[in-house]
Design a protein around this ligand. Structure first.
Ligand code: PLP
Length: 411
């Protein structure tokens, strides 16, 4: 993203809000470059969760006592905060454990009852397993088939091929907003417009978009949008599925249990209204209240400024890395989030990541839950450095220096 910064933010002060970033690893200052895997948490989130357990802990939507009301108000307040952040109505937002749950909810409640033999599900080559495997499970049970839209070598979607693949038997398109491996930002609004013209329902994986750019989900024109809280400075086990109200109204529940009902009799149960219909059992109350605090934190910085800051880090890191002989970046789309997957001639990705860790640098190595993408590039694994607004240019330089050292060690 090329968004210009609109405020003068003291990013060093912002970074100081993240207690973990002050620690050392293997005797070196930590350089945390694995935010696409999970983000670090600011003190505001840690303190909010701590305060909930110390002062307000109770179950939600059940008890009339004061603590029960406080917990319910805080939990529903977090839903409203998150909804405002995403530009959606809070009664269209199902809180859940993250993107994996959110996509499975669509698979089991929307797709399973509807799809039949002869139908097809269209996916892109760059999907995370969380947006592949649930559809394979649905396909096995319904007789539908899976179609794949391919990429260009730079990691952009082949849009002509994608649109050509939107044939009449395709009922659903599963597509990521931002690739967790390539960083590619897909033109989701244009893709959803094409899908909608053909009556294809769209399920967008927003895991890597929500933490890094301003979002207004309605303007994307999708049917479903999934996010995961731990990548956006919130606690693990939090997230949400946004769905158009008409889908939520028409969908049967995925899980049955407490709080998703209005009345239970042995001869039949009346389900609660959405979104509570899809939130059976005691939810991750503290986690979602913490996610609300995370969203407040991100909003106080401004997503436009976060995007600009991360773009500057991406540009600097890309320039520095390309000076290293034998280093190849996988994913060079013009529209990219701050994720750099790379390979170094003669070095295995795991060896690089292990030796970088000895230098205090945390990067991820492996297939990044994207086997089909690895197959496309003909590699078993890549190293991935992923940046967040709390990283610094000095850290980029420390990472590149460590990589040069590791490279020499590996011969
Ligand atoms: C693009 C993408 N989709 C889905 C997921 C799964 O998220 P979660 O494990 O939080 O459900 C991830 C996490 O790495 C991701 O990067």
């Amino acid at each position: 993203m090329n968004a210009p910064a609109t405020n003068a933010i003291d990013w060093n002060a912002v970074r100081a809000d993240f207690p973990l970033l002050a620690r050392e690893v293997n005797g070196k200052p930590l350089v945390y470059l694995d935010s696409a895997n999970t983000s670090q948490k600011p003190a505001a989130v840690i303190e909010t969760v701590d305060d909930f357990f110390r002062r307000h802990n109770a179950n939600v939507s059940r008890a009339v006592h004061t603590l029960g009301s406080e917990a319910t108000e805080a939990y529903e307040g977090a839903r409203r905060t998150l909804a405002a952040f995403l530009g959606v109505r809070s009664d269209e937002l199902v809180l859940c454990s993250g993107t994996t749950f959110a996509i499975n909810l669509v698979a089991y409640s929307w797709a399973l009852p509807r799809l039949k033999p002869g139908d097809a599900i269209l996916l892109s080559r760059m999907e995370h397993h969380a947006n592949i495997v649930p559809w394979q499970l649905v396909a096995q049970r319904t007789g539908a088939t899976i179609k794949v839209a391919e990429l260009h070598q730079d990691g952009t979607l082949d849009l002509d091929a994608l649109h050509a693949a939107m044939t009449p038997e395709v009922k659903l398109l599963g597509i990521t907003h931002v690739s967790n491996v390539l960083g590619t930002i897909n033109p989701i609004a244009a893709i959803c417009r094409e899908a909608r013209k053909r009556g294809i329902v769209t399920v967008v994986d927003g895991s890597q978009a929500a933490p890094h750019m301003p979002l207004d989900i309605p303007s994307l024109g999708c049917d479903f949008y999934a996010i995961t809280g731990h990548k956006m400075c919130g606690p693990t086990g939090t997230g949400a599925l946004w769905a158009r109200r008409e889908h939520l109204e028409a969908m049967p529940p995925f899980l049955g249990g407490g709080e998703m009902i209005k009345e239970v009799r042995f001869d039949g149960t009346v389900f609660n209204d959405p979104p509570h219909r899809f939130e059976a059992g005691t939810p991750n109350i503290a986690g979602h209240i913490g996610l609300g605090a995370a969203v407040d934190f991100l909003s106080s910085l401004g997503m436009q400024d976060i995007a600009a800051r991360e773009h500057a880090l991406l540009t600097h890191a890309t320039e520095q890395l390309l000076k290293i002989d034998g280093l190849r970046i996988i994913g060079t789309a013009p529209e990219k989030a701050a994720v750099i997957s790379f390979l170094v001639d003669g070095a295995h990705a795991h060896d690089l990541a292990t030796l970088l860790d000895l230098e205090g640098v945390a990067v991820r190595s492996g297939h990044h839950c994207a086997h089909p993408l690895m197959q496309f590039y003909g590699v078993p694994a890549t190293c991935r450095a992923s940046f967040a607004f709390y990283n610094t240019h000095d850290e980029v330089d420390a990472f590149v220096a460590a990589l040069r050292k590791v490279r020499r060690l590996l011969g």
